[in-house]
Design a protein around this ligand. Structure first.
Ligand SMILES: [Fe+2]
Length: 174
């Protein structure tokens, strides 16, 4: 059980840092996608706030004390703090990486919990894995292969169509 308790305690710290990082980016993001990113990060930090509470209360049920010292949280977290110089693009890739890392942490706890037949713990961390997997998908949709590129391609096609129409009109006028 000791190993599982340690994993849960470290995971609580990682989730706390990821929550804080997402919240900081929610305030500090700038640029043409401001409104969408501000809202996306906002929804994610609100979800994480609930998740920290659920995880910490589950730890109390297992008779483990959740971390209360912020120094200790930063010491054991596997996820790094927010970067103060991040632009919108680096915020997205940072959160993408951190949420992916968090899913990996949840996967290893799930395996350990199932080995120890702690099914309630396995169920909880699997829920968190699904939730952060969804965050990964949403963040990935903002990268260059996502919505922006599709929008640019649509604009190029429309411009090309306009050119053809103009050329056809010119030819018929002649
Ligand atoms: Fe807000």
């Amino acid at each position: 059980m000791e190993k599982l308790f340690k994993l849960l305690s470290d995971a609580q710290a990682s989730l706390f840092v990821l929550f804080h990082k997402t919240w900081v980016y929610h305030w500090n993001v700038v640029g043409q996608d401001f409104q969408q990113l501000h809202t996306l990060f906002g929804g994610q930090y609100e979800t994480m706030f609930e998740e920290i509470d659920r995880l910490s209360e589950h730890m109390r049920y297992l008779n483990v004390k959740p971390l209360s010292s912020l120094n200790r949280v930063l010491e054991v977290s596997k996820i790094k703090e927010a970067s103060s110089s991040a632009n919108a693009e680096s915020m997205i890739s940072d959160l993408l990486q951190s949420n992916n890392d968090f899913c990996d942490i949840m996967r290893s706890i799930s395996e350990e919990a199932e080995t120890q037949k702690q099914y309630a713990t396995a169920n909880l961390v699997q829920d968190l894995m699904e939730s952060h997997g969804k965050f990964v998908w949403m963040l990935r949709s903002f990268t260059d292969s996502g919505s922006k590129k599709v929008q640019e391609e649509i604009e190029e096609i429309l411009e090309f169509e306009e050119q053809i129409i103009e050329e056809v009109e010119e030819t018929t006028e002649e």
